[in-house]
Design a protein around this ligand. Structure first.
Ligand SMILES: Cc1cc2nc3c(=O)[nH]c(=O)nc-3n(C[C@H](O)[C@H](O)[C@H](O)COP(=O)(O)OP(=O)(O)OC[C@H]3O[C@@H](n4cnc5c(N)ncnc54)[C@H](O)[C@@H]3O)c2cc1C
Length: 554
């Protein structure tokens, strides 16, 4: 029988029908990682929730996010009501709220307050990120940061008024967060920020914010963490304070800000990102009003960087599921394309990269839990601080590579918006690469920390305790450490060139060690290291058999 259009289309339908209906059940690697980090007993207690959410993410939430991303369903600005009163609202298609109800209703934020809270919350976030940013995942990252900042630094009034709503699962009444740091002249260079905070002249201990913010995602958030500077405060980041700006004043009226416009973005298109004017907006201080940037980093930015990394893992994983399924069913030259060694090589590499970044990132989530519980020693804290920046940089880049590989597997169909989720994942990932710190800025921070705080000493000492310190990692880590130390001792500008490449290599070694620690299949770790740091093994029959075996599993 001729292989005609009907059979070709049947194959595509079989591929689509065979996509997992539950992202949790489809992910043995995630299960192994969580079991190792949180323990089998704890994981057993999470099972029902993860299973239910895994099904929703692959079902109703996936469909809602897809619908919401159609060009005519994107958010629009709704500044005034019919009588001209200020609304400063955003109009969403109903599909946005269907996705939101499912995502927030899962308990993803409440999980932060449980034992192994970061690991659990981020496991749910990972499942949610199989649908890209989805309109709600950036807000979740910001909400998590706001929860941590308020718990640590909020006054009793702020804690009592806002925390219960931030942790709620009731989509109708809960509160969600945002963080407005970036100004048109101050992106990476946050110290150039000029928004001012003026103390109120009553006894309320509140401030009035004045100025302009340039990138305001989740612009209608109930609560926003904002950086601002008091009159007379020091220039640079030292003079910045951290404030909490509610959307509504205590009497229910709208706070004093105006939205200029929503930005038309390459990705994360159902998430409204705006330019905003602060016209004396009321805000509560979170901690000291000067010298607070350290707190912004600790509670807000580092939390977002970890969430960002998990988001990249979730998107990469989804790309792997789509590509694997397609390769199994799409036929070319009479055979499913998965049969061809070059395709198998791509699939095996996608799988290895995704497993590596997932092992590494969840290891960091587990260390965040230990740090927050006060159970981590100075070496672990130093390791975490360096790793979270390297990890944010590398997960974003690796996710891009994995999603791009997925598009390659799908051929021409990979480029078509309506054919699969992949084009949207790629576009969302471009945004993930930029916000929460661009690659260079993260690497510069690593370099600065190594120079001034000698953080690399803690990093490499901790790395040597991870996963039994196998020879291949030990040798490569020793070489990377010497290169880094030589760069730190030399010219500063040249050191930035060194870290741009070395940073990725160090991140790869950490991921491979984390895979050893969680019991990932050794052949997958080897394939990852072959690909990431080399040397490449001989492309012989044994290699072809190995990649064929690795590519069997999605
Ligand atoms: C869709 C989207 C939504 C966003 N939402 C928010 C939000 O809600 N809240 C918020 O606060 N921000 C938000 N941002 C802003 C984001 O955090 C910034 O874009 C990011 O921090 C980079 O700043 P920038 O765009 O000003 O780039 P720049 O700082 O101008 O950097 C441009 C380029 O120069 C490089 N560079 C800068 N300095 C150096 C240096 N010293 N050495 C080497 N290279 C350097 C950077 O790596 C980058 O590649 C959002 C961004 C996007 C794209």
């Amino acid at each position: 029988m001729a292989y005609d259009a009907d059979l070709g289309r049947d194959d595509l339908e079989t591929f689509d029908g065979a996509q997992p209906d539950n992202f949790w059940r489809a992910d043995p690697h995630l299960r192994r990682v969580l079991a190792r980090l949180a323990g089998e007993t704890t994981l057993a207690g999470w099972e029902t929730q993860l299973d239910q959410f895994g099904a929703e993410c692959a079902g109703g939430i996936d469909a809602a996010v897809r619908l919401n991303n159609l060009g005519h369903n994107l958010p629009t600005l709704d500044r005034f009501d019919g009588f001209g009163a200020r609304l400063e609202a955003v109009e969403h298609h109903p599909s946005f709220h269907i996705a939101g109800r499912g995502i927030y209703g899962s308990g993803v934020m409440k999980a932060l307050t449980e034992a192994h809270g970061n690991v659990k919350s981020l496991a749910m976030f990972y499942l949610s990120s199989h649908n890209g940013e989805g309109g709600h995942n950036c807000p979740l990252a910001c909400t998590a940061g706001a929860i941590k900042a308020i718990r640590a630094l909020g006054s009793a009034v702020v804690r009592d008024r806002y925390l219960p709503r931030l942790l709620s699962t009731d989509y109708q009444t809960l509160a969600h967060g945002a963080q407005f740091l970036t100004e048109v002249q101050g992106g990476s260079d946050v110290g150039a920020n000029s928004v001012r905070a003026l103390p109120s002249d009553d006894a309320s201990l509140t401030f009035a914010l004045h100025g302009e913010k340039w990138f305001c995602s989740n612009v209608t958030a109930d609560l926003v963490v904002v950086t601002a500077r008091l009159e007379g405060a020091a220039e640079g980041t030292e003079g910045l304070g951290m404030f909490l700006m509610p959307r509504r004043l205590p009497d229910g009226s709208l706070n004093r800000f105006t939205i200029r416009r929503l930005k038309d973005k390459i990705g994360t298109r159902t998430l409204p990102t705006a330019e905003l004017d602060l016209n004396g907006a009321l805000a509560y201080p979170l901690g000291p009003t000067e010298g607070a940037f350290k707190n912004v980093m600790t509670y807000v930015i580092n939390t977002s960087r970890l969430f960002n990394a998990v988001g990249c893992c979730g998107m990469a994983r989804r790309a792997g599921l789509v590509a694997h399924g397609y390769a199994a069913h799409r036929k070319a030259f009479g055979r499913p394309i998965a049969h061809y060694p070059m395709v198998a090589d791509i699939l095996a590499t996608m799988r290895a990269q995704t497993a590596a970044m997932t092992s590494g990132t969840f290891y960091l989530a587990a260390q965040a839990d230990r740090i927050e519980q006060g159970d981590a020693d100075a070496e672990t804290r130093g390791f975490w601080r360096m790793a979270v920046n390297l990890n944010k940089m590398r997960t974003a880049l690796t996710a891009h590579e994995v999603i791009q590989s997925g598009l390659e597997i799908l051929g021409g169909n990979g480029t078509i918006e309506t054919f699969s989720v992949l084009p949207r994942l790629l576009r969302d990932n471009v945004v993930f690469e930029n916000w929460e710190g661009s690659h260079n800025v993260l690497l510069l921070q690593v370099l600065r920390d190594c120079k001034t705080k000698r953080l690399h000493q803690a990093f490499f000492a901790h790395l040597a305790t991870l996963g039994g310190n196998p020879d291949r990692i030990r040798t490569a880590a020793a070489a990377a450490r010497s290169e880094l130390e030589a760069a730190l001792a030399g010219d500063e500008a040249l050191a930035t060139l060194v870290i741009r490449r070395l940073g990725s290599r160090i991140a790869y070694l950490f991921w491979a060690a984390a895979m050893h620690a969680d019991g990932t299949e050794p052949a997958l770790i080897d394939h990852f290291l072959d690909h990431a740091i080399g040397p490449q093994p001989a492309q012989d029959a044994a290699y072809a058999r190995r990649i064929a075996a690795l590519a069997q599993v999605p």
